[in-house]
Design a protein around this ligand. Structure first.
Ligand SMILES: [Zn+2]
Length: 192
């Protein structure tokens, strides 16, 4: 037991700590901070519970409290010869007025898309790509049509193509392929 240090009286004789009275500045700052925190709304007191946003900068979905900043490549440094003022030109889409970059038409900037984002003007394809079945339909119709044709020819060709595809793939994506079952001839099977 002699090897062990004796801590039995440690709690009875705590080391004396000197406490200084807080300065008035610190007290004022503390009350201000407390008032500020208490007057906040629930969401302001709990930023970790803030609303989720689809971040356009980092491409992720996270809380609105996390502010992401875009970083641009430095293109070159422009120096004003009169004042000696240096400005770094970044490779951003919108340039400050007067900056001319060869690949951009700076005089017309900012464009509408640069201000509100290109996603605002996104539309569907005017002529969407055809699927496998539709491509075959077009191919069949074209093969049935003569060099010169009128509307009736076109309608007939489309009907014929539709029937062929129904035999091949089925109808309405649900029904099975149409079996081209011919009615048995009454004469069939009879001994000659
Ligand atoms: Zn982000």
């Amino acid at each position: 037991m002699e090897n062990y240090a004796d801590f039995s009286n440690a709690e009875l004789n705590p080391p004396e700590l000197e406490t200084k009275p807080a300065s008035t500045e610190a007290q004022v700052a503390a009350t201000k901070a407390l008032e500020d925190i208490r007057s906040r709304s629930f969401s302001a007191r709990h930023p970790e519970l803030g609303k989720m946003v689809n971040c356009q900068v980092c491409g992720l979905r996270h809380r609105a409290i996390q502010k992401c900043e875009q970083k641009f490549k430095e293109l070159y440094i422009e120096e004003d010869l009169d004042t000696g003022e240096k400005t770094i030109i970044y490779a951003s889409a919108v340039q400050p007025k007067g900056v001319e970059i060869p690949s951009q038409i700076s005089a017309q900037q900012p464009t509408v898309k640069q201000v509100v984002g290109a996603a605002t003007f996104k539309k569907k394809r005017l002529r969407p790509h055809l699927n496998r079945r539709k491509l075959q339909f077009v191919e069949l119709v074209r093969s049935f049509l003569p060099d010169e044709f009128d509307e009736i020819d076109l309608r007939k060709a489309r009907t014929r193509a539709r029937f062929i595809l129904a035999e091949r793939f089925g109808r309405y994506n649900i029904l099975p392929p149409v079996k081209n079952v011919k009615q048995p001839s009454p004469l069939a099977g009879t001994p000659a």
